[in-house]
Design a protein around this ligand. Sequence first.
Ligand SMILES: Nc1nc2c(ncn2[C@@H]2O[C@H](COP(=O)(O)OP(=O)(O)OP(=O)(O)O)[C@@H](O)[C@H]2O)c(=O)[nH]1
Ligand SMILES: [Mg+2]
Ligand SMILES: [Zn+2]
Length: 294
Amino acid sequence: MRDAVIVKGVGGLYTVRKDGKSYVCRARGIFRKEALSPVIGDYVEISEIDEEKMEAVIDEVFERKNKLVRPNVANVDQLAIVISPIFPKPDFLLIDRLIVTALYKEIEPLLVINKADQDRLACEKIREEYKNALENIAITCAVTGEGIDALKCLLKDKITVMCGQSGVGKSTILNSILETQVMETGDISDKTKRGKHTTRHSEMFSLKEMEGYVIDSPGFSMYELDDLEPIELQKYYPELNGKTFCKFQDCSHTKEVGCMVEELIEKGLFPEGRYDRYKYIYEELREKELNKYK
Ligand SMILES: Nc1nc2c(ncn2[C@@H]2O[C@H](COP(=O)(O)OP(=O)(O)OP(=O)(O)O)[C@@H](O)[C@H]2O)c(=O)[nH]1
Ligand SMILES: [Mg+2]
Ligand SMILES: [Zn+2]
C-alpha cells in the first residue's frame, strides 16, 4: 500500500492518513484548475506537514487504478458483497451483477454470507453455488462475532468497499471488525423483512492493528458496467473464462445446444441458476446496446 491516502472529504477539506496519523489537508490550487477533484481512496503526496495542528497540503494525486461513482471512491481493491441467507432474502441477480461489475473494474469480489445464525445449511448451499466463481467466501455472524477474524484477514492491505442489500448487516460487520460503534445500524422491518436503508453516506475506516481500509456504503444499486459489450460478459464469469473448448466460434454461450456450457452444467462446474442469470444479464446488455443506436 502507498503511504498516504484520503479517507474523508468534506467541503474541500480532506482527511489524509499517513503513518497511522490523520491530517486535515487542502488540495493545491492546481488540482482545481485541472478539474481533478480528489476522492476517498486517492493515494496522495502531502507536504507542509504541521504536526501540531495536524494539517498538511496535498501536492499530488497519484494515478487511479479504478474509480466507482456510488460510492465515490478510488483505488478499490476488493468489493465485499454482503448477503444474508434467509432475510433479507438474497437477491442472486444483484449478487451476480455486483461480481461482474467488480471484475470489470479489476476489483476482487468477496462474498460475505452474514447472519449465519439464521440458517447454516442455506449458507453452505450459497457457498456451493459460488465456489467456482469466487476465490474468497466468508461466512459470518456479526452479532456473535463468528467468522469476523477470518474476514478481517481478507481485508488486510486492501481498500475494501462493502455493498449489498439493506439490512444484511454491513454496518454491524464493520462495527464488529473495528470493535467500536462507528456506524449506525438499523432493524429489519417486521412486515417486509427488508432493511430500512440506515446507512446513507460513505466513509473510509482504517483497520486496527493492520494495514487496510473498509468503506461501508449504501451501495446496493452499484452497477456500473458502462460500455460492456454483451459478448464480453463471459470474461467476467470465472466459470466460463479461460475455457476454450466451445465448438462455436465467438459464442455468447447463451444458446445451449452444443455449446460448452452444456458440459459445464452437467459436470456441476457452472450452476444452472448462475447460467440463467448470465443469460438474463446478457440480454440486458444487448438491449442497452441496441438502444444506444436508436
Ligand atoms: N441474526 C442476525 N442479525 C444480524 C446479524 N448482523 C446484523 N444483524 C442485524 O440486522 C439488522 C440490520 O443490520 P445493519 O448492519 O444495519 O444492516 P446494513 O446492511 O448496514 O443495512 P443498510 O445500512 O440499511 O444498508 C440489525 O438489526 C442487526 O442487528 C447477524 O449476523 N445475525
Ligand atoms: Mg448500514
Ligand atoms: Zn458456447
